[in-house]
Design a binder for this molecule. Structure first.
Ligand code: TRP
Length: 329
């Protein structure tokens, strides 16, 4: 039996090079080895106000981008979260064994509060309970592993706690999911402020490379990214966050180790090094975009239809177990 993995990406903003390196690439590589359930998290996308048309557009773009990056629906069960019945229901059962204190301690919640000016009486409850919905996504498929970026590790801890509680309180036997954090740079940093994470919702577009950026624009973003004044290429995350970030990007795209990468550029100046990174990124984007722009709405619909029944079956099965455990059946 193949190990079952769940992964999702929230349907806000456009996918970035950070998403590609942190999770999509890992999923593409692991498609043969694992039984993967991968979805666009549109329910998570509404935890902060978003225009419905923008949400729809994001979902379509993300699905097409996943396929363009090499997610193959003959191997991977790709879906839209809200297409499958059970996510919101599983969430509800889990709220009954969750507590407010634990949710308020989540760093991502705290960060979002700061970004949104911290007006306590205006915090949407959805933002607070976001991690419970995420736990529901994982338990709904009784996954053994979850592919996430480093920033989601705390949410996964909560999921594990909830799974343990669920099993012991209601005599169930859900798997306790393990985080699978990609072995290569799972956290890509912002280009001009390499001490913060590259984010799809950054207000400064020059901080982020979007997978659908014009490759020429992407090159320019790399060339003008912040480095340091030493002009010597080596890896030191604390002293040289900018150069280290570019080394991570290049090594993942080329499929080589950081050491091999450093070795190749140890005699280069920053301009030469940046040029190589820019070329590699542009080439990657060109390949992805060629496939992306060839996909029709029908292709995407077919991809969603392909495994819909199997996915729903699995979700219903696990939801029934929970309902029975709670005494609804
Ligand atoms: N919270 C994740 C993100 O911000 C998306 C997500 C939702 C997810 N549900 C999940 C990831 C379940 C892994 C498993 O991108």
């Amino acid at each position: 039996m193949k190990k079952r993995i769940v992964s999702g990406i929230t349907a806000t903003g456009n996918l970035t090079l950070g998403n590609y390196i942190g999770s999509i690439k890992n999923l593409v590589i692991k498609q043969n080895e694992y039984d993967i359930f991968m979805f666009v998290a549109d329910l998570h996308g509404i935890t902060l106000p978003i225009d419905p048309n923008e949400l729809r557009e994001n979902v379509r773009k993300q699905l097409a981008t996943f396929i363009a990056c090499g997610i193959d629906v003959n191997k991977t069960k790709l879906f839209k979260q809200s297409d499958i019945q059970g996510h919101t229901e599983m969430f509800y059962y889990l709220t009954t064994i969750s507590n407010e204190g634990q949710l308020k301690r989540m760093t991502q919640f705290k960060d979002k509060l700061i970004k949104n000016n911290n007006k306590t009486e205006q915090i949407p409850l959805g933002l607070l309970v976001y991690p419970i919905l995420m736990a529901g996504d994982i338990l709904l498929y009784n996954a053994e592993g979850v592919i996430v970026g480093l920033d989601q590790k705390q949410h996964l801890e909560l999921t594990r706690d909830l799974a343990i509680k669920l099993n012991s309180k209601y005599n169930l036997n859900f798997k306790i999911p393990e985080p699978i954090i990609s072995s290569f740079g799972s956290k890509i940093m912002a280009l001009k402020t390499p001490t913060k994470k590259m984010s799809k919702s950054d207000s400064d577009l020059n901080e982020t490379i979007f997978l659908l950026d014009d490759p020429k624009v992407a090159k320019e973003k790399i060339m003008t990214s912040l480095t340091d004044s030493e002009n010597k290429v080596y890896y030191d995350k604390d002293k040289k966050p900018g150069i280290s970030n570019l080394l991570t990007i290049l090594s993942v795209i080329k499929g080589i180790t950081i050491e091999e990468c450093v070795n190749e550029f140890k005699n280069s100046n920053y301009k030469e090094f940046k040029k190589s990174v820019a070329e590699a990124v542009a080439e990657l984007l060109e390949t992805i975009q060629k496939k992306y722009y060839s996909l029709t709405d029908e292709d995407i619909q077919n991809a969603l239809d392909k495994n819909r029944n199997k996915i729903q079956q699995e979700a219903s099965l696990n939801l029934e177990k929970v309902m029975k455990g709670f005494g609804m059946r």
